[in-house]
Ligand binder design. Structure first.
Ligand SMILES: NC(=O)c1ccc[n+]([C@@H]2O[C@H](COP(=O)([O-])OP(=O)(O)OC[C@H]3O[C@@H](n4cnc5c(N)ncnc54)[C@H](OP(=O)(O)O)[C@@H]3O)[C@@H](O)[C@H]2O)c1
Length: 310
């Protein structure tokens, strides 16, 4: 049987994804009709990005799954017209990119790189940084991305505490869950990394009360989602000298408006949602694997729990 696959993720991505997808489907032995325009009633699978023109899934009467190209699903998971399984993206390339971004920014602050890069002023500052073993890192979210970042930081010698919804047991990490676990993770975070999905439970998770639990001079890295943090509470904590630095990759409004105080704040680093992205070569293999599973009647990988919102 031919699988009719609609690529509903825009023309720019089609140019990048078409060849890798065709190769990956071919390698999996999937007999596929892959196109950006198919009669909705004939579509079996929808390869999707939430900024797609397709927002009403009602006409896709025989579609078996939506395969999201993004790891974050907050913009599609609440779509009232979507009643078929939704798979999110778990891609080796995406994970590797996030590990590199998080590790780089942790090391920037751990080693105090800014001191020497920003102040070439003739002053000899001989303070050596501590070892990683003396810098505690907490990672909120221990999914595909958070766990990979936490493992890398632990491998480098940082004592890493991770926090997730369900209890976990991961190698050398101290894994916590629940509100008490969150308190401990915050109270013992010299560097805090946010890699939670955006859901009703995680929105504004880092509010004034929880920011107050962090040790003095904590550095916050947020490559998760902007609304995880209460912006006003963060700015107040930065202005009060409570938070050492915030490196933010994601924002409530993107692009971050030019007048937003984050841009001008001396202790905020803004990166434009570039921590990591789905890589076409590896992501195409994940999509093809799922379509091949669907065709064989096997359960799909990386299915979103619609009730939990991620
Ligand atoms: N900046 C970028 O470039 C970029 C790129 C890709 C992704 N992202 C963001 O990164 C997020 C994480 O991606 P992922 O692939 O690692 O997601 P994931 O595999 O779904 O993992 C999510 C983690 O968060 C935990 N979690 C969810 N809700 C929670 C709650 N209420 N309390 C405590 N823990 C909770 C989950 O706990 P359980 O393990 O118990 O389920 C899981 O450990 C994405 O949702 C997206 O927003 C950003």
């Amino acid at each position: 049987m031919t699988a009719n696959i609609l690529f509903a993720a825009g023309d720019t991505r089609w140019r990048v994804y078409e060849a890798p997808l065709r190769r990956a489907l071919d390698n999996k032995g999937v007999d596929a009709r892959l196109a950006t325009d198919l009669p909705p009633a004939e579509v079996d699978y929808i390869v999707y990005a939430p900024d797609s023109a397709v927002q009403d899934f009602t006409p896709f009467i025989r579609a078996r799954a939506v395969l999201n190209l993004w790891a974050g699903v907050e913009k599609i998971v609440t779509n009232p017209t979507l009643h078929i399984p939704l798979a999110r993206m778990v891609d080796h390339g995406l994970t590797q990119g996030m590990v590199e971004w998080v590790t780089g920014h942790v090391l920037r602050h751990h080693l105090g790189m800014d001191t020497h890069i920003l102040h070439q002023d003739g002053v000899w500052r001989p303070d050596a940084p501590p070892l990683a073993s003396d810098r505690r890192v907490s990672v909120l979210g221990l999914g595909a991305l958070g766990a990979a970042c936490a493992r890398m930081l632990s491998h480098l010698g940082f004592p890493v505490t991770g926090w997730s919804r369900s209890p976990k047991d991961i190698d050398t990490l101290r894994c916590l869950s629940g509100e008490a676990g969150l308190h401990t993770a915050l109270e013992e975070a010299d560097i805090l990394v946010l890699l939670l999905p955006l859901t009703p439970d995680t929105e504004s998770l880092l509010d004034a009360a929880r920011l107050a639990l962090l040790p003095a001079d904590t550095v916050i890295l947020n490559p998760g989602r902007g609304p995880l943090i209460d912006d006003d509470a963060l700015l107040a904590a930065l202005d009060a000298g409570k938070i050492g630095h915030a490196t933010l990759d994601v924002f409530r409004e993107e692009p971050l408006p030019p007048a937003h105080p984050f841009w001008a704040h001396s202790r905020v680093t803004v990166t434009p949602h570039i921590a990591s992205e789905t890589r076409s070569e590896t992501a195409a293999q994940v999509i093809a694997e799922n379509i091949s599973r669907g065709e064989a009647g096997k359960p799909l990988l990386h299915l979103v729990d619609r009730d939990a919102g991620y």
